[in-house]
Ligand binder design. Structure first.
Ligand SMILES: [Zn+2]
Length: 319
C-alpha cells in the first residue's frame, strides 16, 4: 500500500478482569432492555441464573454447538422474535457469538433463517444489537463482521456488515477454566488471524501494528496459558492478543491458512485453530520475504512493504 489508508472499528470494547460482572451497567449504557442470550451448554446454567436476576434478560438459548448449526440460529431467532428482543448476547467461543450475530441480523426480517443462509433473501435493513462476550482467547469474533454457520454438512463463512457487534465485553477471567487443548487451539487461531491479516493484500498500518503485537503476546503467553490455566497474567495477555488478532484481520480479512483450514476441518474434523495452524509454518516461510519490513520507517512515515511479485500468492485476501 501507499501512504493512504482507511481504518474504522465500530465496536465498543469493555476489557478487563471482572468486566462481565458489570454486564448490567453495560446494558444500561447501551440502552438495551430485552436481551436473548445464545450460549453453549457449559455456560447455560450461568445464563439461566443471570436471567433470574436481571429482568432485561428475557430468554436463553443454551444449545449452541461447537460447530454452530443453523438450527441454533433458528431457535435464537425464534426467541428473539417471540420476546420482541432489542439485542442478542453471544456468550462463549466463536460458535455462540456467530449464532448471536446471525440471529440478531435476521430477527427483524420476515424470512426464515435458511433463506438468508442460502442468499435467497437480502438481510433486513434493521437489526437487533449484538453484544459479544468471548470466553475463549482466539476467535476474535467479537470485533468482526464474520459468522461461520453450518447447515448439515455445509459450512458457510458469511461476511456481512449486519454481523458487526455493537459492543464486546472481553473479560479474561471467563477463559480461566478453558481446558489446555482448547486454549492451544483457540490461541493458534488468534495467531493465524494476526499473521494472515498482516500478510493480506488489504493490510494497512494500523492493522499491522495490532497484528505484530498480537503475535508477540501469543509467542510469550500461549504456552504459559496452556501449561497453567490459572496463570492470570498469561490469560489476560492472551485475551488481549485474541482481541488484537480479531482487529488485525477484521478489515484485511484472513488469507491462505484459513482457506486451507476448511477442508481440514470438514474432512478430517480438526478443530478450527489446529486446522489453521497446520499450514501456518509453511506460509510463514512463504510470506517471509514479502512482509519482512514490519515497522514504520521513521517518524511520520508509513511502512511500505515491497511490491508483491507474481499473481495470486499466499497473501491473497479472501472474501
Ligand atoms: Zn479463525
Amino acid at each position: 500500500m501507499g501512504n493512504e489508508f482507511i481504518y474504522a472499528q465500530p465496536v465498543k470494547i469493555f476489557f478487563g478482569e471482572g468486566k462481565f460482572q458489570e454486564l448490567g451497567s453495560v446494558l444500561e449504557e447501551l440502552k438495551l432492555s430485552r436481551c436473548v442470550i445464545a450460549c453453549g451448554k457449559h455456560f447455560a446454567p450461568t445464563a439461566q441464573e443471570l436471567m433470574e436476576k436481571d429482568d432485561r434478560i428475557c430468554a436463553v438459548f443454551g444449545g449452541v454447538e461447537q460447530n454452530p448449526q443453523l438450527s441454533g440460529v433458528i431457535e435464537t431467532t425464534r426467541l428473539a422474535r417471540e420476546h420482541k428482543a432489542d439485542a442478542v448476547i453471544g456468550i462463549g467461543g466463536g460458535s455462540a457469538i456467530d449464532t448471536a450475530k446471525f440471529a440478531a441480523a435476521i430477527a427483524l426480517g420476515e424470512g426464515e433463517a435458511l433463506e438468508y443462509y442460502r442468499g435467497e433473501r437480502p438481510f433486513p435493513a434493521e437489526r437487533l444489537a449484538i453484544l459479544a462476550v468471548p470466553t475463549t482467547a482466539g476467535t476474535g469474533s467479537e470485533v468482526t463482521q464474520v459468522s461461520v454457520i453450518s447447515h448439515g454438512t455445509e459450512k458457510k463463512t458469511i461476511n456481512n456488515p449486519a454481523f458487526m457487534p455493537k459492543a464486546a465485553i472481553v473479560d479474561p477471567l471467563l477463559s480461566g477454566t478453558v481446558p489446555p487443548r482448547t486454549t492451544m487451539n483457540t490461541g493458534l487461531d488468534a495467531m493465524a488471524h494476526a499473521l494472515e491479516g498482516y500478510w493480506s493484500k488489504n493490510h494497512q498500518p494500523i492493522s499491522d501494528l495490532m497484528a505484530i503485537e498480537a503475535v508477540r503476546l501469543i509467542l510469550e503467553n500461549l504456552e504459559r496459558a496452556y501449561r497453567d490455566g490459572g496463570d492470570k497474567e498469561a490469560r489476560r495477555n492472551m485475551a488481549f492478543a485474541s482481541l488484537l488478532g480479531g482487529l488485525s484481520f477484521a478489515l484485511p480479512k484472513t488469507a491462505a491458512c484459513h482457506a486451507c483450514s476448511y477442508p481440514l476441518s470438514e474432512d478430517y474434523h480438526l478443530p478450527h485453530g489446529e486446522a489453521c495452524a497446520f499450514t501456518l509454518d509453511s506460509f510463514v516461510r512463504l510470506n517471509a520475504d514479502e512482509r519482512a519490513h514490519p515497522r514504520p520507517q521513521g517518524p511520520g512515515r508509513l511502512a511500505q512493504p515491497p511490491e508483491r511479485s507474481g499473481p495470486g500468492g499466499s497473501g491473497q485476501a479472501l472474501p
